[in-house]
Design a protein around this ligand. Structure first.
Ligand code: NAD
Length: 290
């Protein structure tokens, strides 16, 4: 059985570091970082993620503001709120919680966010900065994965990293970070990849971000592989108080014994995404004050 990469533990470490920095600001009579969150509609998972983000802000001493709107909000109205947040000198960073209702296009919304306040790291400017000498606000989930690998001292240099999933939010930026920062050799797979197992079996490090429970089975990995399971799917489960349990994309029971390191779901990558949001908000605050 591989060593569990404990995302909760690393996220707590990061929270303590951020809280310490906030303590220093307070001692120096400075204002604290301020994060705003736009939440639209009633999606249960989105509400739960946003609650987690607000709880983390509270824990580290950030100020935070929730702007909550009905699913019926128009794109035009949302544009206005984004513009207000861009202009508001008191706000250091903000996020628009995804997914958005069908009538609002994420492609229309993201480019409107001032890249200096884009603490999710979704804008082209921040995405592109992954391959520059001075990375700016890095996409939060891949940034969290990098922190996890770094803090567990997982060797990445020269290793073959296979990424399954190529989204703008996770897989694509992850692949660039694994090349640029981790100095790995990268293969990126997606829904049109032929013979997925042929690729995954070659992975020293396998990062999966698809959203299909059980996609990666024991016969698809080699012994000693490092597994990072980003997938998070809600599975109905009457035995749970919430009525569901979370599942990753990897068949944990069968794959864990073959791995050298593995993330659990939940408690792996999820908490790191929130920790990255805190780090990005602090960074945006510090750049704002420079
Ligand atoms: P997405 O739907 O935008 O992208 C999915 C990707 O998987 C696409 O590139 C698609 O081509 C690929 N894909 C689909 N079927 C495939 C298959 N059979 N074989 C190989 N590739 C396939 O999703 P996303 O936003 O990138 O999220 C992916 C998963 O990660 C979801 O479960 C999501 O909930 C989770 N997620 C978790 C966190 C976290 O903090 N833990 C953050 C973001 C996303």
């Amino acid at each position: 059985m591989g060593l569990l990469l404990d995302g909760k533990k690393i996220a707590n470490e990061i929270q303590s570091e951020v809280a310490q920095r906030v303590g220093e600001l307070i001692n120096n009579n400075k204002r604290v970082p301020h994060l705003a969150i736009i939440l639209i509609g009633e999606d249960g998972a989105s509400h739960s993620y946003v609650n987690g983000k607000m709880k983390a802000c509270k824990a580290v001493g950030f100020e935070y503001t929730l702007l909550q709107f009905a699913t019926t909000i128009t794109e035009k109205k949302l544009f206005k709120h984004i513009e207000q947040l861009n202009q508001d000198d008191d706000i250091d960073g903000f996020i628009v919680q995804l997914p958005l209702p069908k009538h609002i296009s994420v492609e229309h919304i993201i480019p409107l966010i001032d890249s200096k306040k884009d603490v999710d790291g979704f804008t082209n400017h921040n995405f592109g900065s992954i391959v520059s000498d001075q990375p700016l606000l890095l996409p939060a989930t891949p940034f969290g994965v990098m922190e996890l690998l770094k803090r567990y001292q997982v060797t990445t240099k020269g290793k073959h990293c296979v990424i399954v999933g190529a989204s703008r939010i996770v897989g694509a930026p992850m692949s660039l970070m694994m090349v640029e920062q981790a100095q790995a050799t990268v293969t990126i797979c997606h829904k049109f990849t032929q013979d997925l197992a042929k690729h995954t079996r070659n992975a020293d490090i396998l990062i999966v971000a698809v959203g299909k429970p059980g996609l990666i089975t024991a016969d698809m990995v080699k012994s000693g592989v490092v597994i990072i399971d980003v997938g998070t799917t809600r599975i109905p489960d009457a035995t749970k108080k919430s009525g569901f349990r979370l599942s990753g994309d990897v068949d944990f029971e069968k794959v864990a014994p073959l791995s050298s390191f593995i993330t659990p779901v939940p408690g792996g990558v999820g908490p790191l995404t929130i920790a990255s949001l805190l780090l990005n908000t602090l960074k945006a605050y510090e750049r704002h004050h420079d």
